[in-house]
Design a protein around this ligand. Structure first.
Ligand SMILES: Cc1cc2nc3c(=O)[nH]c(=O)nc-3n(C[C@H](O)[C@H](O)[C@H](O)COP(=O)(O)O)c2cc1C
Length: 378
């Protein structure tokens, strides 16, 4: 029975070949950041306030001028097509049904025109800026035309993190699986049948035309995240000139950068360590969140991700100054384990757990959650 996120994780592990599960689940180096995200989250406790009227719980928020069913959004994740054929579309549909924004990655496997523009659900577009800036420019043009509302610019990947599980599994492009990996693939016929039907996923949005087949070298560059390392704060003006809607900067962990984001004209920030997949020495996001929120001082919405597995984790972040939380792996566990229905179940679980936590701490609305609900370890 799939009762919580961890159950979906186990389901994903069963359904996926090892190299795919490791790609989804793993972190950088020793994976200490991955563990720190969870350990620090568990170290935060919530103090309930009692005898408040909690007969009617409203867990909705309004952010960037839109109402969200709960203060949760789907984080951008690349290569969703490796977990399920049409993975990006399945996740987008589940997010729309749940009433929360879906963010499509630059490294997605479905053309963005087939995701946005149908009027259902709020769609954001995540941008990786590669050395050839015309790739970013054409994606921005197309995302805007297709009705994506906000732009998420990921800034914590000047190069790919050292994901040792991927290296051990030989997972890089062009993909040359070892004999052991081939045998393991055969032991996962459900996954294999999907891939046989859809063909190997490719990065569908790097070219202007549907037919554009990226060269193996370009695909490899994206997978290894060979990004434009010259990208700097000054380039925000270049982006602003090409994107009229909200621009949200993803991957900030330093209070000085939070202030820079305000001065650069960003509309929001995402405090993120990329789910422990980049700098293994990075702080957990829940521990740095108060300093980030203090630096922003209410001037912009502060979103956060990395390590959120329970509705109570979301409430902890709100008490520490966040406006909302993005979910990465929980969504992907749901996708791998149960497709669109799996993602819906994960999102419904978050809604239920957020509302249960609110009821138990005496907060009838999101605005009622605050620092007075925090207990700091002595
Ligand atoms: C398999 C996978 C692929 C990801 N791909 C991207 C990506 O293409 N762009 C991006 O900005 N972040 C990417 N991320 C990071 C997520 O957006 C998010 O920051 C992270 O997953 C949050 O941590 P969590 O998985 O613990 O929820 C990826 C994460 C995972 C697990």
């Amino acid at each position: 029975m799939l009762v919580n996120v961890e159950d979906h994780r186990r389901g994903a592990r069963r359904r996926l070949p090892r190299f795919v599960f490791d790609y989804l689940d793993g972190g950088a180096d020793d994976e200490s950041c991955l563990r720190r995200n969870r350990a620090d989250m568990e170290g935060v406790a919530l103090a309930p306030t009692c005898l408040r009227d909690v007969s009617d719980i409203d867990s909705s928020v309004t952010l960037f001028g839109r109402r969200w069913r709960v203060p949760v959004a789907v984080a951008p994740t690349g290569f969703n097509g490796l977990l399920r054929p049409e993975g990006d579309r399945l996740v987008a549909r589940a997010a729309a049904a749940a009433g929360v924004p879906f963010c499509l990655s630059s490294a997605s496997n479905v053309r963005l025109e087939r995701i946005g523009g149908d009027g259902r659900g709020e769609r954001w577009f995540q941008l990786y800026v590669m050395t050839d800036r015309s790739i970013a420019e054409q994606m921005l043009e197309r995302a805007q035309a297709a009705g994506f509302t906000a732009l998420v610019v990921t800034v914590d990947v000047p190069m790919g993190g050292n994901r040792e599980r991927d290296r051990r599994n030989g997972f890089r492009l062009p993909f040359r699986p070892s004999l052991a990996t081939l045998l393991d693939i055969c032991r996962h016929p459900g996954w294999l049948a999907g891939m046989a039907r859809s063909g190997a996923p490719r990065f569908a949005n790097l070219g202007r035309d549907e037919d554009t087949r990226q060269s193996p070298a370009l695909q490899a560059a994206l997978l290894s995240r060979a990004m434009d390392r010259r990208l700097a704060w000054e380039d925000m003006a270049w982006l602003r000139a090409r994107w009229p809607g909200p621009i949200v900067i993803k991957g900030l962990l330093h209070p000085e950068d939070a202030v820079r984001a305000v001065h650069a004209g960003a509309d929001g920030i995402i405090v993120s360590n990329h789910g422990g997949r980049q700098l293994d020495a990075a702080p957990s996001t829940i521990s740095i969140l108060p300093a980030m929120a203090a630096a922003i001082a209410g001037r912009l919405p502060v979103l956060v991700d990395s390590g959120f597995r329970r509705g109570s984790d979301v409430v902890k972040a709100l008490a520490l100054g966040a406006s909302g939380v993005l979910l990465g792996r929980p969504i992907l566990y749901g996708l791998a384990a149960g497709g669109e229905r799996g993602v819906r179940t994960v999102l419904e679980t978050f809604v239920t757990e957020i509302e249960t936590t609110m009821t138990l701490i005496g907060a009838a609305t999101i605005g009622d959650i605050g620092p007075h609900h925090l207990v700091r370890p002595s």
